[in-house]
Design a protein around this ligand. Structure first.
Ligand SMILES: [Zn+2]
Length: 339
């Protein structure tokens, strides 16, 4: 079946105490992801994102804890790759440095730091800083891929509410022969889609989103930006690398296109009071033509007044996203920022 954006509107009836117990109702929107079939729910629910706090105490505390990535210690505190994998031991691009993760997530697991700077506010990530970090990580993945067929991803938890355990900005590459749940579902669904429709899901998605314009934000060079129809978080921005099947194929100019868009996303997040996010760039195997390399970026937060987590039973136990924000509204707000 070609791409269809299914929405189910579920009406709930109740007697409304705010209207003297007259008939009342609320509508929940259940959206079906056009690739995986997973659902996400858009609710009418008041969520208050608190204004960005003064982060000085947090940054000070993180320095007092000791940071293994700061320049005084990084050479001594971080491991080196075995010479048969990375002969130089670590990978350096500009100030960016990639080394093995001593607490690995998979057969190949690395950490990349962008620079010597311990805390980088969202608005201070310049293009070169980002590109150097991404390039060093893709270079590591290239070394892995030259020897092993591995499913890989480039991942970033920025600041503690995203799950980041260190303030010093760092990204992770994980790779191995077992894809993550998301990768497996997207890879399998992409193959199925191509078999059934004779075309590539990602190319069809891009064309369809460009046609309707409801969630197509724009492009930065070769990279196209969408607000995901069925989000994986409060909002979920997607960057597509057309025709690229594996992270190893990404060139520095393409990473620069990605970084330029990302800087606009960071500005948008900052304006909304978000100062934590998760980002993943997913890779298939080289030659997996039904899969396009793409990134998804989700802001993370705890809402006021009780520091309520944005991960609930729905997300943790049902793998079902709840949000109150329509992707179409996010798209409208962001569209101007990409131009
Ligand atoms: Zn540091």
């Amino acid at each position: 079946m070609p791409i269809h954006f299914h929405k189910h509107l579920q009406k709930t009836r109740f007697l409304d105490p705010n209207r003297n117990y007259q008939d009342g109702s609320q509508t929940t929107e259940i959206r079906v992801d056009p690739l995986t079939g997973r659902t996400a729910r858009i609710l009418n629910f008041p969520v208050r994102v608190p204004p960005k706090p003064d982060l000085t105490p947090l940054v000070d505390a993180s320095l007092q804890m000791g940071c293994p990535f700061c320049p005084e210690v990084v050479e001594k505190s971080t491991p080196k790759f075995p010479p048969d994998l990375v002969p130089e031991g670590r990978i350096k691009v500009g100030e960016a440095l990639v080394f093995p993760n001593m607490f690995p997530y998979d057969t190949f697991s690395s950490v990349g730091i962008f620079s010597a700077q311990h805390y980088v506010p969202l608005l201070d990530f310049d293009e070169e800083l980002l590109v150097n970090g991404f390039q060093a990580c893709t270079e590591f993945f290239r070394q892995v891929q030259s020897q092993y067929a591995a499913y890989g991803s480039l991942n970033w938890n920025y600041m503690p509410q995203s799950g980041g355990s260190l303030v010093h900005p760092h990204i992770q590459v994980i790779a191995g022969d077992i894809p993550t749940n998301y990768q497996r579902e997207a890879l399998e669904a992409g193959v199925r889609y191509q078999r059934e429709n004779g075309s590539i899901f990602w190319a069809d998605l891009l064309r369809k989103e460009q046609e309707t314009g409801e969630r197509y934000i724009g492009s930065t060079g070769t990279v196209h930006w969408l607000a995901s129809f069925a989000p994986l978080g409060f909002t979920d921005l997607m960057a597509l690398f057309p025709g690229r099947n594996s992270l190893v194929e990404l060139t520095r100019p393409e990473l620069a296109d990605f970084a330029r868009g990302l800087r606009r996303v960071f500005a948008y997040f900052d304006g909304k009071g978000f100062w934590n996010f998760n980002l993943s760039v997913f890779s298939g195997l080289p030659g997996d033509e039904s899969f396009w390399v793409h990134a998804r970026i989700v802001p993370r937060f705890a809402s006021v007044p009780l520091n309520t987590s944005d991960m609930r039973y729905a997300e943790v136990l049902h793998h079902e996203t709840l949000t109150t924000l329509k992707p179409e509204e996010v798209c409208k707000e962001l569209r101007g920022m990409l131009e």
